[in-house]
Design a protein around this ligand. Structure first.
Ligand code: 4AD
Ligand code: MG
Length: 433
């Protein structure tokens, strides 16, 4: 081999049988049997078994290798042999082992509580599980950029520090800003609405913050938010834009992370392969009727929680759009339906296992309606003066949505809890490490 270092993934292939290879990585498992050490060597691409025979190394070196603990880093030169007893059908017989960095006793061993893994998240990121999920996460981010850019959307950034509530005052995170109270942003949206009248169609991927005190398996206090705002869009076009994004993400994950997905959630591959549009669309009113038929105690005007959304999505084999919610349970900026002003032109896209994945709407452009809705929400409209200006100087119809990236990952990977969809989760009782 003329290549200095190879990836573990590469050597798990017939074409290297009998060849000499150089690998470097971490000891994932180690087992001593007399004059042999069996190491599982991990690098970012996979795990391979390495056998070290006492008579291949100098006496001292063999003893050192034998005493190495898991997560020690090493370099191995050896020969690839095909061996049916090895987990992947190949193993590497070491001719030389160099110790890069011996590890202390690793705090994560076989049995571990969820809390222990969270406390040691910085080390748990080395697990195969987290590597698979974070690889899928990376693909999801790339797919979102690719989708919007391919449609001519430009990337636009809004401030993280803001004096305004976009999604209601109850979940604002206060920040002490030189003795004044400001907040961490809940959404990019209000600033995006100011920008489209100059820049045109835009999107972003950015962190959003919600001081959600309720501990649910699908809420983070800091999450990554893909948001879009488009000129002249109506609700049907906004639905297509949401469906298109979800299908594109699914396609990219199958293309780039098929194996990772299979490792995490075996049935996920088949589910995504069969996923195609159009997704069903129902109104909020129809959703209420369906839930009632299923024996759930809901009444018209209730917002949906986890149990309702789980039940609803279980009735469909695809994600489902729920449209035309009553205005009282939706944000102040949503446009009223002209045919029924008690409802708004917007939707939630719900997916099985998770519930709400996207929230979007056509935007209200009438200043007086906006002021009235802000007052109803207990907000002081004078704080929103600059935002109202966007409606005073040649506003046009526009619409947009936000998709929670960790919720997409939770859905794709069938995770029990959203915290595993992000490297360092922030929840009401955790901000470390
Ligand atoms: O429905 P939401 O609150 O809508 C907005 O923020 C709009 N301003 C978006 C827009 O129109 N530009 O949030 C959008 C999505 C939700 O559907 C959900 O997927 C995700 O963001 N989300 C959360 N994800 C994790 N943890 C939380 N606490 C979340 N809150 C919302
Ligand atoms: Mg919502």
């Amino acid at each position: 081999m003329n290549k200095d270092w190879m990836d573990v993934k590469e050597v798990l292939d017939d074409k290297y049988t009998g060849k000499k290879v150089n690998l470097r990585g971490w000891i994932h498992r180690t087992r001593n049997i007399g004059n042999m050490v069996f190491l599982n060597l991990r690098d970012p691409t996979g795990i391979v078994q390495v056998t070290v025979a006492k008579d291949e190394l100098e006496e001292d070196r063999f003893e050192e290798v034998k005493s190495l603990l898991i997560e020690s880093s090493i370099k191995v030169t050896g020969q690839v042999v095909s061996d049916q007893r090895a987990p992947d059908g190949f193993e590497v017989r070491a001719r030389d082992v160099k110790i890069v960095h011996p590890a202390n006793v690793f705090p994560i061993q076989e049995d571990h509580s969820v809390e222990h893994l969270l406390e040691n998240r910085h080390l748990w990121l080395r697990s195969t599980r987290m590597r698979n999920i974070l690889s899928i996460r990376s693909t999801v981010f790339g797919a979102i950029h690719e989708f919007f850019r391919s449609k001519g959307y430009k990337e636009f950034q809004s401030p993280i520090i803001t004096p305004l509530a976009c999604e209601g005052g109850a979940t604002l995170f206060p920040v002490d800003y030189f003795d004044e109270e400001v907040y961490l942003t809940q959404s990019w949206q209000l600033y995006a609405e100011a920008a489209i009248f100059g820049l045109g169609n835009i999107y972003t991927i950015a962190p959003s913050f919600r001081a959600e005190k309720s501990k649910t398996p699908r809420h983070l206090t800091e999450f990554w938010h893909a948001e879009v705002e488009g000129l002249w869009l109506d609700n049907d076009e906004l639905i297509e834009l949401g469906e298109g994004l979800v299908l594109h993400i699914a396609k990219k994950v199958l293309e780039d992370d098929r194996q990772e997905l299979e490792n995490i959630y075996k049935d996920g591959v088949e589910y995504l392969e069969n996923l195609e549009g159009p997704f069903p669309r129902i109104t909020y009113e129809e959703a209420i009727d369906l839930l009632k038929k299923e024996g759930m105690e809901v009444i018209y005007g209730d917002d949906f929680g986890v149990p309702e959304e789980k039940k609803l999505t279980s009735l469909f084999d695809k994600p489902v759009f729920v449209t035309h919610y009553p205005k009282e349970i939706k944000a102040f900026y949503m446009k009223r339906d002209e045919n029924d002003p008690t409802k708004v032109l917007g939707y939630d896209l719900m997916v099985p296992h998770v519930g709400e994945l996207i929230g979007g709407s056509v935007r209200e452009t009438d200043v007086d309606s906006l002021i009235a809705r802000l007052k109803e929400e207990g907000e002081d409209p004078s704080n929103y003066e600059w935002f109202l200006d966007t409606r005073r100087y040649g506003s046009v119809p526009h619409a947009g949505y936000g998709l929670g990236i960790e919720r997409v990952i939770m859905w794709l990977c069938n995770l029990d809890h959203i915290r595993d969809a992000i490297p360092f989760p922030r929840t009401p009782n955790r901000y470390r490490p």
